[in-house]
Every structure is written in structure tokens, then in C-alpha cells.
Ligand binder design. Structure first.
Ligand code: DGL
Length: 277
């Protein structure tokens, strides 16, 4: 496939950590990145609201950008929306879920910690992953909204507050530092990997899902017919106007996005409750 086009979605900048991994493995791809800031943060939305939001948002984006592959670059959403979305489109969809399986396979002492949004840590999907792939492990679940905000700040060039990171990692410390593997189960968190590592013993292995998602994308492309001869031009789109958007320009530039655009008519849809016509 010449220049495959990826539609990559998250509530904010987190999914750029996945876009980065995809760009590394597939440098000639085109990326249409959508940050659904109208509905940010996804971590506080209930499941029906999230399903409704993404089911409404995706068809228009798909029609507009004709992607070869859609990536829901958000653990919070992927743990609930993948099946409903796959029912409404034939475009291949890749979801991002916590890397429980590789963590369990590589942990030496079977003491894991999952750092994700409060939404992700409480999902049945997440518990099912633990039951299926880490049933011989002890898994400490830590849900944090604060770290999502810290990652958003970092990409806007603001200083990350290390005391907040330490505070959020508190339950991990209480386990007497026995955890040897920390799973970053939110796509925002790889942007804070350095800061998180600085608060933990060096023996803790920190893993995320990014590389595995890029590998999956490459594999899928082998079996996906080329839909369009896309250009190499990447797009970064917000679903709602943001007067402070310019603060992100430097942060996203080195990730290959030159300009921020705003999608028309996507904000109002979010105010409609599930069931509303
Ligand atoms: N980046 C998203 C994830 O992977 C969540 C951020 C949010 O709460 O909006 O779960």
C-alpha cells in the first residue's frame, strides 16, 4: 500500500503517542488525528454516552477522510465502543487496550500495577483481560484523571507537577515497592513516562501498548486494499473551538502536524443525550 491513511481518535492529545509509534513503523502513512475536545475527558463519561458519542462522530469523519484504518487510540473508549463501532463500518478498526498480557508474561514476580483512567480501571473488559491473561498475578489498579491533565499540559509546553505524579502513584508505593511492572493503560501516559519513572525505583519496568498497535497496523495493511492515493499531509483536528489551541502548535509540530483545524458541527452533537433524536 502506497500512502495508507489512518484516522486516529482520542479525547485529547493522548492518542498522539499511538500516532507516533505508527509513524515510526509506517513512515509514509497519512494521519488524520481527531482530538474530541468537545467531549474531553472520556474518563468521566459513562459507557452509553461514550458509545453514543463515537457512533455519531465516526461516520462523518470516515466519509470526509476515507481512512484505510481507524484507530481508537484511547483505552477508556476502546474498552466499550469497539463492537458497536465495528457493526456500523467495514473499515478495519484497531482499539487500544491495556497491555496486561505482555506485562504478565514479562513480570518476574507477578506483581503488576495498572495506571489508567478511572473509567478504564473499573471496566469489565479490563477485568476480563486480567482474568484471561494475568490470573497468576496480583494487579493493583490505579485510576487517575489528574495525569491525563498533566499530559495535556506537557504537550502545551507547561511544567508537569511532579508532586501530583507522586501522589497518584501512592498506591504503588504502599505495596512496598514489590511491583516490578507498571502498565500505562491510558494513551496520555507515555508522554509522562520520564516523570513517572523518576518517581519509581529503577527496577520497575514501564510498558504501554503503542508498539504493539503499530505492529498490528502494519499487519492489517498487508490485507487491506488501497482505498485512495492519499497525500502525505497530516491533519490535526479538534471537535470544538479552543482559543488556547495555539499553545499546542509546538508540541505537535515535531510529531508531524503543522496546523490545527476545527471540525464544524461536531460539538453540538455531544450535547444530545443517548436516545435523543
Ligand atoms: N487517552 C485516553 C485513554 O487512553 C483517556 C483520556 C480521557 O480521560 O479523556 O484512556
Amino acid at each position: 500500500m502506497n500512502n495508507p491513511c489512518f484516522l486516529i481518535m482520542d479525547s485529547g492529545v493522548g492518542g498522539l503517542s499511538i500516532a507516533q509509534e505508527i509513524q515510526q513503523k509506517i513512515p509514509h502513512c497519512q494521519i488524520c488525528y481527531v482530538a474530541d475536545n468537545a467531549a474531553f475527558p472520556y474518563g468521566t463519561q459513562d459507557e452509553p454516552t461514550l458509545i453514543h458519542r463515537l457512533k455519531q462522530l465516526l461516520p462523518g469523519l470516515e466519509q470526509r477522510y476515507q481512512p484505510d484504518i481507524i484507530v481508537i487510540a484511547c483505552n477508556t473508549a476502546s474498552t466499550v465502543v469497539l463492537e458497536p463501532l465495528r457493526q456500523q463500518t467495514s473499515t478495519p478498526i484497531i482499539g487500544v487496550v491495556p497491555a496486561i498480557k505482555p506485562a504478565a508474561a514479562t513480570s518476574r514476580n507477578k506483581q503488576l500495577a495498572l495506571l489508567a483512567t478511572p473509567g478504564t480501571v473499573k471496566r469489565q473488559y479490563t477485568q476480563d483481560l486480567i482474568d484471561s491473561f494475568a490470573n497468576d498475578c496480583n494487579v493493583i489498579k490505579i485510576g487517575s484523571h489528574e495525569l491525563v491533565h498533566q499530559a495535556e499540559k506537557k504537550l502545551r509546553g507547561q511544567t508537569v507537577d511532579l508532586s501530583i505524579i507522586k501522589q497518584e502513584l501512592g498506591p504503588l508505593m504502599e505495596s512496598n515497592n514489590r511491583v516490578d511492572t507498571l502498565i500505562l493503560g491510558c494513551t496520555h501516559f507515555p508522554f509522562l513516562k520520564q516523570e513517572i519513572a523518576s518517581c519509581l525505583p529503577t527496577s520497575v519496568n514501564i510498558i504501554d501498548s503503542g508498539e504493539a498497535i503499530a505492529r498490528r497496523a502494519l499487519q492489517l495493511l498487508e490485507n487491506t486494499p488501497n482505498r485512495n492515493e492519499s497525500t502525505h499531509l497530516n491533519h490535526f483536528l479538534f471537535t470544538a473551538e479552543d482559543t488556547h489551541a495555539h499553545a499546542l502548535e509546538t508540541g505537535i509540530k515535531h510529531l508531524g502536524f503543522s496546523k490545527i483545524q476545527f471540525l464544524p458541527n461536531t460539538n453540538t452533537e455531544f450535547t444530545q443525550k443517548p436516545g435523543a433524536s
